[in-house]
Design a protein around this ligand. Structure first.
Ligand code: ADP
Ligand code: MG
Length: 330
């Protein structure tokens, strides 16, 4: 089949090569005057996602995340570059692609506002011509895992945000899509709903091998679900790799919290570590997150009367915030 049609190439089920999206906007520039203005929402992004991977796609507001997802579904046509999902050009073959992808936008529902969930699902079933047995099995599974049993006969508009989101996720999965795009699926959800959604996504990815692209503001989602994370800023990919590597790139530090037998001057004789705080017999020593804690602990223990110690991991939110700040400083 030409162009890996229907399969995607071996390394890329989702493939982007130099993808761009430019919006032409008119904005007010004085009385009656309108100024044309170009927004480069996505500015030359390339990446590949192999089948079955669950990848985080994060970045600050306005970075171009939703625009990327809309191009991946075929809702928006790229201004430049090449894009393939399962070997399909989304903008050219949107309907054919629709059968193979599922999409959830956290900020707006794809369900019918006045209908109970059950009826919405019935419409989805007809839309995708899902065979009976498969529909029933998928629905049953979603109802069980997303705890939708009591909600099926409630009109969507009466659902809480967390309930509605779970309903939306189920709707996106009834036709067994091979790829699932999630744009902020946990936004505004309470802790319990978040946990349920995460657990469900982990199951779907593990059991069905569904490829997942996850955009989120909640970095805990990424930490709990994704080995790989892509960071986008001003329409450009600024990082693509593991979470550990993100710490290295962000130049973050871990902190050793040391309880000494007594109050002592700040510890300055441990190579690779610097004192950051002293509070009575307790001291805080920072060291590079990429460095092993063992030699530092050993050095402290050899030279000072140690009672207890613990290592505090860097907070990923700090790492990301620092990354953005560093880029602005460039
Ligand atoms: N339809 C549109 N028309 C004009 N500008 C848009 C449109 N959609 C998005 N943008 C702009 O493109 C940039 C990226 O937006 P978006 O992809 O929604 O970012 P994110 O999802 O990362 O917050 C922003 O500057 C946004 O204002
Ligand atoms: Mg967005």
């Amino acid at each position: 089949m030409a162009d890996g049609e229907g399969q995607g190439t071996v390394d890329g089920f989702i493939e982007l090569d130099g993808v761009e999206k430019v919006f032409d906007v008119r904005r007010k520039a004085g009385f009656l005057r309108r100024e044309r203005h170009r927004v480069r929402a996505v500015d030359g992004i390339s990446f590949r996602v192999p089948r079955g991977e669950m990848v985080g796609y994060i970045g600050p507001n306005g970075a171009g995340k939703s625009t990327t997802i809309k191009m991946l579904t075929g809702i928006l046509v790229p201004s430049g570059g090449r894009l393939r999902v399962a070997g399909i050009d989304p903008a050219r073959d949107r309907t054919r692609l629709a059968r193979r992808i599922g999409v959830v936008f956290g900020q707006r529902t794809t369900l019918w506002w006045d209908l109970p969930l059950r009826d919405s699902y019935g419409l989805v079933r007809r839309m995708y011509r899902i065979p009976d047995a498969r529909y029933r099995a998928n629905l049953e599974r979603c109802v069980e895992l997303l705890d939708l049993g009591d909600l099926l006969d409630v009109p969507v508009r009466q659902l809480s945000l967390g309930q509605r989101m779970r309903g939306d996720i189920a709707a996106a999965l009834l036709h067994d899509p091979e790829v699932l795009y999630l744009d902020e699926p946990t936004i505004g959800l309470d802790v319990v709903s978040k946990a349920k959604v995460r657990e469900f996504l982990r199951d779907v990815n593990a059991e069905r091998g569904t490829t997942v692209l996850l955009t989120t503001h909640d970095l805990t989602d990424i930490e709990q679900l994704c080995k790989r994370v892509m960071v986008i800023d001003h329409g450009r990919l600024v990082y693509d790799g593991g979470l550990d590597g993100l710490h290295a790139v962000g130049g973050s530090e871990r902190v050793l919290v040391i309880d000494l037998e007594r109050e002592l001057p700040p510890i300055t004789d441990v190579p690779g570590a610097r004192p950051v705080k002293v509070e009575g017999p307790r001291q805080w020593l920072a060291f590079a997150a990429t460095q092993s804690a063992a030699p530092i602990v050993a050095a402290v223990a050899a030279r000072h009367p140690l009672v207890d110690l613990s290592v505090r991991e860097p907070d990923i939110e700090e790492v990301i915030a620092k990354m953005y700040a560093d880029r602005k400083a460039l």
